[in-house]
Design a binder for this molecule. Structure first.
Ligand code: SF4
Length: 126
């Protein structure tokens, strides 16, 4: 078991990229101490990134019957970082048929995360 208690993260909340240090010396991930932040967004990000790192995702899926062969999609919220590859795999074989409306749910509750995959643009049928 590692005795490391100080973890480094780079805040991605804005271009300043503050260097965050998260101290979980107490061994209680609910009570980590974050330093190095320039605003409260960074403090919250450090806590979240240490306890439960999550990511928004954007990709595309195949479309039949439209001018373009793929439509861009995104997650409606963040998914656990450890599931990002699995979510990408779950989406890669999807094919939907035009017409498509902005916000159309392409895949509901992906991998039981409570997050949907939705289209991010309209696409007419040819
Ligand atoms: S802590 Fe605040 S100021 Fe620093 S990078 Fe994050 S969002 Fe920007």
């Amino acid at each position: 078991m590692s005795d490391q208690h100080i973890y480094e993260y780079l805040c991605i909340g804005c271009p300043l990229g503050c260097h965050l240090l998260v101290d979980d010396t107490e061994g209680d991930t609910e009570g980590v101490k974050v330093t190095g932040w320039g605003c409260k967004t960074g403090k919250a990000y450090g806590e979240q990134e240490h306890k439960d790192p999550r990511r928004n995702m954007a990709t595309s899926v195949r479309v039949k019957g439209a001018r373009w062969g793929r439509v861009p999609v995104k997650t409606t919220g963040t998914v656990p970082k450890k599931l990002v590859r699995d979510v990408a795999r779950a989406v890669q074989d999807i094919e939907i048929e035009a017409p498509i409306k902005l916000g159309t749910v392409v895949l509901a509750n992906v991998l039981g995360t409570g997050v949907d995959i939705v289209a991010t643009r309209d696409m007419e049928r040819l």
